[in-house]
Write a protein that binds this ligand. Structure first.
Ligand code: NAD
Length: 502
């Protein structure tokens, strides 16, 4: 390590909780070289050999749950339960990818597409990229890195992780855990901001980025310059649709959770709610009553609060601006409405009388706001829900699951939770990715979650004894070609055209 240090502050108290040396470009190069040197042996272990290490890390995480949660809380000031959820998520991810990697990475033998190709045995082989770079934001200091680092390691790649400069401490605890279990040195962390991230892109073979859409665009450009494959998980402005036939109590509780968990600093946070007119008043009353019960404060290990502060001053400024602009344009805050006056606390804020000219509806807020709009019917709800540059996820609240599925099919988003919020994030067998400005590519999705970290190799081999020459080989023979043409047309074309042109 060399160069300057990052000073890490607790956003609730402002106290300095740690300093971390910034990794220079040379530091990144040195770590990348060391990881590359260790990767072939890691790959050679195969999925079952790697499983052993991933499950040992899982043991370590379970045994160090309090230490990890303490680290998360120290640099984010999130509630104890939000911090413990990150640890549980880590345990879940390690178990799932470790236990399924053998199945997901096994060679595939697809059937030939045509009877004429049955003379071939076909194989698809998955070979990991050597070094995957993972760049993450600050909202989940542990879970965000884990979501991609674990599947990449399970696939057989080495991983270099650059967490956010706002929350660099927790990933270093996990890096220490990897060393303490004695695992092969294929996982390392570098610390710093954009410059360190740029060096990581220059020195890795696949870039998995999670963060804001503007930064994601820059990452995509940088990767394109190097022809490095990448995947971008970006921002969102997720809508919830509440239909008149919904269980309104469940909708109010579920939407409050989906909008306010982690103090609203979640990529798939609910940031807009559209409610059918007949139940609008009733739903808003239930939502306001529930939000009014929530406890916000600086939590410790005692699990005393539901919400913490925002993670930093920049985030507080965005949330404050969105609410102030809405109020100035005629919106009403039924709860909260302005910063609490200390640290980076902003109270949960239910906004009504909002519309699609307001930043609280069009821009990602990433904070504890719940703007609610009345809509005439389902069609208007779908039209407004789709009126966004983002397309990460959505939720639909209805008494009819088939109606929920029908609406889901009309929403231009990467995930839809029917009668629930956030839960897709805890289901790695389905893909997680954004449409529109919410990203390119997907994480997870069962086997695809590991195969994305692999190059795919096609192997063809004869399945029958071979002749000296194939029919198409030189010298060209019109007679042999005519036979081939007849046979291929007969199996591929349709109707009379199978036997020749009209
Ligand atoms: P950000 O884009 O500012 O930073 C993200 C990461 O990129 C940080 O580690 C940062 O240091 C790094 N970075 C910044 N500029 C870079 C550059 N030029 N080259 C390389 N690296 C660079 O995002 P943030 O403010 O830390 O996080 C909040 C954003 O993350 C929100 O938009 C949120 O929606 C998004 N997010 C998305 C998901 C998802 O899965 N879709 C999950 C969590 C958060």
């Amino acid at each position: 390590m060399s160069g300057d240090a990052l000073e890490v502050r607790n956003p609730a108290s402002g106290a300095v909780v740690g300093t971390v040396a910034i990794s220079s470009a040379d530091d990144v190069i040195a770590k990348a070289q060391a990881l590359r040197a260790a990767q072939p042996a890691w790959e050679a272990l195969g999925p079952s050999g790697r499983k052993k290490w991933l499950l040992r890390l899982q043991d370590w995480v379970v045994d160090h749950a309090d230490e990890l949660a303490d680290a998360i809380q120290s640099e984010s000031a999130k509630t104890r339960i939000d911090a413990r959820v990150e640890v549980l998520f880590t345990v879940d991810q390690l178990g799932y990818w470790a236990r399924n990697a053998s199945k997901f990475l096994a060679d595939q033998h697809p059937a030939p597409h045509s009877p004429l190709m049955r003379v071939k045995r076909l194989t698809t082989v998955y070979k990991p990229y050597q070094l995957v770079g993972v760049i993450t934001p600050w909202n989940f200091p542990l879970a965000m890195g884990v979501a991609d680092m674990v599947p990449a390691l399970a696939a057989g790649a080495a991983v270099l992780h650059k967490p956010s400069e706002v929350t660099p401490l927790t990933p270093l605890v996990l890096e220490r855990g990897w060393a303490e279990i004695g695992a092969p040195p294929v996982f390392a962390v570098v610390s710093g901001s954009a410059e360190t991230g740029a060096a990581l892109i220059d020195n890795t073979d696949y870039v998995q980025f999670t963060g804001s859409s503007p930064t994601g665009r820059k990452i995509g450009v940088a990767c394109a310059e190097r022809m490095t494959p990448y995947s971008l998980e970006l921002g969102g402005k997720d809508p919830a649709i509440v239909l008149a036939d919904a269980d309104l109590d469940r909708a109010a509780y579920g939407i409050a959770y989906g909008a306010l968990v982690n103090t609203g600093q979640l990529c798939i946070s609910i940031e807009r709610v559209y409610v059918e007119a007949p139940v609008y008043d009733k739903f808003v009353a239930k939502l306001v009553a529930h939000v009014g019960e929530l406890r916000q404060g600086h939590d410790d290990r005692s699990n005393s609060f539901d919400l913490g502060p925002l993670a930093n001053q920049a985030q507080l400024a965005i949330v404050t601006r969105h609410v102030e602009e809405a109020l100035a344009a005629g919106a009403t805050a039924l709860t909260g409405g302005k910063p609490s006056g200390t640290g980076t606390f902003f109270p949960p804020t239910v906004l009504i009388d909002v519309d699609h000219t307001m930043s609280c509806i069009t821009e990602e807020t990433f904070g504890p706001t719940i703007p609610v709009m009345k809509v005439a019917d389902e069609a208007e709800a779908i039209r407004l829900a789709n009126d966004s540059i983002f397309g990460l996820s959505a939720s639909v609240w209805t008494g009819s699951r088939s109606r929920g599925r029908r609406i889901a099919a009309q929403l231009t988003v990467g995930a839809v939770n029917i009668n629930d919020s956030v839960i897709n994030l805890f289901n790695p067998t389905v893909p997680h990715g954004g449409w529109g400005k919410s990203g390119t590519g997907y994480r997870w999705g069962g086997a695809n979650g590991l195969r994305k970290y692999c190059r795919q190799q096609a192997i063809t081999e004869p399945s029958l004894p071979t002749q000296m020459k194939e029919m198409l080989w030189f010298p060209y023979s019109p007679k042999k070609f005519a036979f081939m043409e007849w046979a291929m047309r007969a199996v591929s074309a349709r109707g009379r055209r199978r036997f020749g042109p009209r």
